[in-house]
Design a binder for this molecule. Structure first.
Ligand code: MG
Length: 374
């Protein structure tokens, strides 16, 4: 069996990137790459395809390394290139699973669980008031989710857009908002808060200390991601659990973060960080420090189901992100729909990814088709 073609499609209005790998015996694999700028074009770049065309798609790890090597002299790459590689890697696993008649989770070592718990990323409240946030939280909880996330991005009123500092009024606002959300939810419903890299350690710690009695699931990306030492300082200083990881790539990128114990929970994005086997490796690295895994995920249903295979196959899975509640395009892209029941996805038992793309729906929502339907 050899790879004959690799195509991509950029969807709209949300710019998901789907990948399709075709083989000479008629089996095709589907994957999804993180929606970074130009990723759908990198997927079909000749330098990325050269090590794949004509090769047996079932040698997934070797092809993963060949893709990295082909894209840079050192064999190491981050950013949009790794997102494209991640989407192709998923499709190679889909082909391998179909060929062997087993689901991907089986190829990753078997499964620890049959259903994958999701948290719904709610972003903001129905209004900017504490009551507006609490109303949104209760409405989403009532739909079956027992884990939610809200954002505490820097407010437009902040004094200075560049120094990462926050006024006492803004701290008081977010403490009031998050307290209102927490008090509106069932005690056993988990609440995570995302700071989107917006703050200086000295200021996010004021917020983290004020949150300590709210028993948050985590406070995410409290400071920018580049400085592991600063992240470790924040994590060590507060009882509020710190989560980070969506801007880290491959096991090599996670190594310092995990070894420095700079995060209580890590959140790799599997459609970005290197794909499914790399996700398993990152999870194993975290497990050596007893750190749970809560993958970042803003994918359409293909990337979300792919992530579910890893989440099923690693012991330290905590919860998987979900972004697209009530998005009819998200729900239309697979034949298997609805995927989500009571805030959970049942791990597919069918070979490969275990789901099939509705190509009519993809065609309807395609912004740019670079060979996906070939
Ligand atoms: Mg985030």
């Amino acid at each position: 069996m050899n790879i004959t073609h690799i195509g991509s499609v950029l969807l709209q209005p949300f710019p998901w990137v789907l990948v399709k790998v075709t083989t000479d015996d008629g089996i095709t694999g589907i994957g999804e790459a993180y929606h970074g700028a130009g990723v759908h074009q990198i997927v079909v770049d000749e330098r990325l395809q050269r090590p794949l065309i004509g090769q047996d798609p079932r040698h997934v790890d070797r092809l993963f390394r060949d893709m990295m090597r082909s894209m840079s002299a050192s064999g190491f790459y981050q950013g949009t290139v790794m997102s494209a590689i991640s989407g192709i890697e998923m499709a190679l696993w889909d082909i391998t699973g179909q060929t062997l008649g087993v689901p991907i989770w089986q190829l990753l070592g078997g499964k620890f669980r049959d259903t994958i718990r999701l948290y719904n990323d709610c972003h903001a409240g129905e209004t900017e008031t504490p009551d507006g946030y609490a109303a949104k939280a209760k409405a989403v909880e009532a739909r079956g989710f027992d884990a939610l996330k809200f954002d505490i991005d820097p407010l437009p009123s902040r004094r200075d857009r560049y120094n990462r500092c926050i006024s006492n009024d803004d701290i008081a606002h977010y403490v009031e908002v998050v307290t209102a959300i927490r008090e509106s939810l069932h005690p056993n419903t988990d609440l995570a808060i995302d700071a989107h890299w917006g703050y200086a350690p000295v200021d996010i710690l004021k917020i983290a200390y004020a949150f300590e009695d709210l028993n948050l699931l985590w406070l995410e990306d409290p400071i920018p991601p580049e400085n592991v030492d600063a992240m470790a300082k924040v994590a060590a200083a507060t009882r509020t659990p710190i989560c980070t990881g969506e801007n880290f790539y491959t096991r090599f990128g996670f190594r310092d973060l995990i070894q420095a114990q700079a995060a209580d929970i890590i959140s790799p994005d599997l459609a970005k960080a290197g794909g499914l086997l790399e996700g398993r490796r990152i999870a194993d690295l975290a497990d050596m420090y007893y750190v749970p895994l809560a993958p970042h995920n803003i994918c359409g249903p293909v990337g979300t189901v792919a992530a579910c295979h890893v989440c099923a196959a690693v012991p330290n899975f905590l919860v998987l992100e979900f972004h697209h509640l009530d998005n009819p395009v998200w729900s239309a892209l697979l034949h298997e729909t609805p995927l989500i029941h009571d805030g959970q996805i049942t791990v597919p038992d069918r070979p490969g990814l275990g789901v099939t793309v509705n190509e009519d729906a993809v065609r309807r929502h395609a912004k740019e088709n670079l060979g996906f339907f070939r």
